[in-house]
Design a protein around this ligand. Structure first.
Ligand SMILES: [Zn+2]
Ligand SMILES: [Zn+2]
Length: 78
């Protein structure tokens, strides 16, 4: 599956850009996202936040929260 497609979807008659129509995470499309990476697809949603080097404990916490990707460094957790 590609995560790089751009799609235009129509919702309620209003055409809007849905860059990641397949990803349900609310972080996409917001401007001030408090996390660097999307926990669902791992894409960078706020590049202003610098990438962190995480401990394994941090990733274990992410797994408990059922994140597929780390919100701080984008590493795949599952
Ligand atoms: Zn996503
Ligand atoms: Zn991490």
């Amino acid at each position: 599956m590609s995560f790089k497609e751009t799609k235009i979807v129509t919702m309620g008659g209003i055409k809007m850009m849905a860059r990641k129509a397949h990803c349900p995470n609310f972080n996409h499309g917001r401007t001030n996202v408090p996390v660097r990476n999307c926990p669902v697809c791992g894409e960078v949603v706020n590049s202003k936040i610098s990438q962190k080097v995480c401990s394994e404990g941090k990733h274990a916490k992410g797994r408990r929260e059922q994140n597929a990707y780390c919100i701080d460094c984008g590493a795949q957790l599952t």
